[in-house]
Design a protein around this ligand. Structure first.
Ligand SMILES: NC(=O)c1ccc[n+]([C@@H]2O[C@H](COP(=O)([O-])OP(=O)(O)OC[C@H]3O[C@@H](n4cnc5c(N)ncnc54)[C@H](O)[C@@H]3O)[C@@H](O)[C@H]2O)c1
Ligand SMILES: C[N+](C)(C)CC=O
Ligand SMILES: [K+]
Length: 487
């Protein structure tokens, strides 16, 4: 299997290579084989990318918003037309099942480009009446923005960051995760084909040091990172030391609360989606599933029955429902958390093993895993695992579950399943989380803001909120009479 792109980086409208950079092997997680070799960006590549962005941005910002939007809309159309190829690249790079990458990855990026293509023209400053004189505000772009991606949704993340940035008149230098460098290059090609002027969307590859080089660069006005909390802390402090804007989309340990009166099959469906999709590598996953005591035993029984049926294996087979984890390190991490769950006294209700799959012996698979009898202090209930490991916790009443759900440093997401809608809204209002669902889980339409509170992040992606985060306000006072001067 080969997936070698033309070159490692995409700068100023073309591919460039600099073999002086550290080698960056691209591994297919289902087999462990190397499918491409790229190079981490050297300081020279990084400078070229930032300079290209700096030079291209002012003319782009002077276009009418609808003109910028038109380019994004054409790119959205190309993304959709090329969806099958992009899904294959994404599956080879992440290991996620093709039945997921066909519907959740490039299509989400396309939705995002399409949304911001139209929304930006309607996103304006305001006129403020001062009783004669007046003021108005302008929404101005920030300049050169940096996007830094995680491995789980590579093209979606590249789209969610670049679309509002570009729509608003900024330029972007994007660094994908070193684990999944391929699809951002495909997006860069698509932008060029759609007519995006050279230099406005650049892709540089590399590890954390390249990310830090971008964040610390004096030309860069804003950074948006999707990644873990420790990385977010480092990036935010470096950005803060230079007074840069920052959006942080970080990790979580989100609660999903199932009350006795919930629709059982829907609640289980939500819990499975919120733990097993993308082999559990989703930031907003509801990994602490609190189930009220009256429903608990039936919930667990049906959950295990349904989890047993998950088809795990060849991610390129359209019938496969769960592929491997992204790499060996992540597999080891998940295996060690499963051991910790057992050691801390949780009951392993299903899974927990590395499956042996013929033809995929070198892959990074793990069974979908359910722990019951989990208590709040256990490591599997406190730390983000980022794998298909669900913890089921029993609760008695509403006040208790709210307190327990909020007893975490994270605050990315939360969900409630109940037929009692006043209770649903009452509980959601008490939960410390930036993105919530009632009788659903993990749906992230572009029209809705996405992001976290507490340690899970700052700022929001998607919706008009993202345009606010990629712009700055200029306030203009306009005198309509004489200047009242004492001099
Ligand atoms: N909130 C969200 O939208 C969201 C989405 C997906 C993943 N995540 C989170 O991401 C994590 C998993 O992804 P990951 O392991 O790729 O995260 P990570 O923090 O290891 O890396 C994220 C990105 O930051 C870069 N990076 C690392 N150190 C850096 C530094 N000092 N300066 C600048 N950049 C640096 C990495 O190279 C990578 O591109 C999980 O915690 C998950 O919850 C959050
Ligand atoms: C944004 N989302 C939930 C699809 C991917 C986060 O990991
Ligand atoms: K990979």
């Amino acid at each position: 299997m080969r997936a070698q792109p033309t070159a490692s980086h995409y700068v100023n409208g073309r591919y460039i290579e600099d073999e002086g950079g550290a080698p960056l092997p691209v591994i297919y997680p289902a087999t462990g084989e190397t499918i491409a070799t790229l190079h981490s960006a050297t300081p020279n590549v990084l400078e070229l990318a930032i300079e290209a962005a700096r030079a291209a941005q002012p003319a782009w910002a002077r276009l009418k918003p609808v003109e910028r939007g038109r380019v994004l809309r054409r790119a959205a159309d190309i993304l959709r037309a090329r969806n099958a190829d992009l899904a294959r690249i994404e599956t080879l790079d992440t290991g996620k099942a093709i039945q997921e990458t066909l519907v959740a990855d490039a299509p989400s990026a396309a939705d995002c480009l399409e949304y911001f293509a139209g929304a930006v023209a309607a996103f304006n400053g305001e006129m403020i009446d001062l009783g004669g004189p007046f003021a108005y505000t302008r929404r101005e772009p920030l300049g050169v923005c940096v996007g830094i991606g995680a491995w789980n949704y590579p093209i979606q993340i590249a789209g969610w960051k670049s679309a509002p940035a570009l729509a608003m008149g900024n330029a972007m230098v994007f660094k994908p995760s070193e684990n999944t460098p391929l699809s951002a290059l495909a997006l860069a090609e698509i932008y060029s084909e759609a007519g995006l002027p050279d230099g406005l969307f650049n892709v540089v590859q590399g590890y954390g040091d390249v990310g830090a080089g971008l964040v610390g660069h004096d030309v860069v006005a804003k950074v948006s990172v999707t990644g873990s909390v420790p990385t977010g802390r480092k990036v935010l402090s470096l950005a803060g030391s230079k007074m840069k804007h920052a959006t942080m989309e970080l990790g979580g340990k989100s609660p999903l609360i199932v009350f006795d009166d919930a629709d059982l099959e829907n609640a289980i469906g939500g819990a499975m989606l919120g733990n097993f999709y993308s082999t559990g590598q989703v930031c907003s996953n509801g990994t602490r599933v609190f189930v009220q005591k009256g429903l608990h035993d039936r919930f667990v029984e049906r959950l295990v029955e349904r989890t047993k049926k998950i088809r795990i294996g060849d991610p390129l087979d359209p019938d496969t429902q769960m592929g491997p984890l992204v790499n060996r390190l992540q597999q080891e991490k998940v295996v060690s958390y499963i051991a910790a769950g057992k050691q801390d006294g949780a009951t392993l209700a299903f899974g927990g093993n590395v499956p042996s799959l013929q033809g995929f012996e070198g892959g990074f698979f793990i069974e979908p895993t359910v722990f019951t009898g989990v208590t709040d202090g256990m490591r599997i209930a406190r730390e983000e695992i980022f794998g298909p490991v669900m913890s089921v916790l029993k609760f008695d009443n509403e006040d208790e579950v709210i307190e327990r759900a909020n007893d975490t440093e994270f605050g990315l997401a939360a969900g409630v399943f109940t037929r009692d809608l006043p209770r649903a809204h009452r509980v959601i209002a008490e939960l410390q989380a930036g993105t919530c669902w009632i009788n659903a889980y993990n749906l992230t339409p572009v029209e809705m803001p996405f992001g976290g509170v507490k340690q899970s992040g700052i700022g929001r992606e998607n919706s008009l909120a993202a345009l606010a985060h990629y712009s700055q306000l200029k306030a203009v006072y306009v005198e309509t009479g004489d200047v009242a001067s004492p001099y």
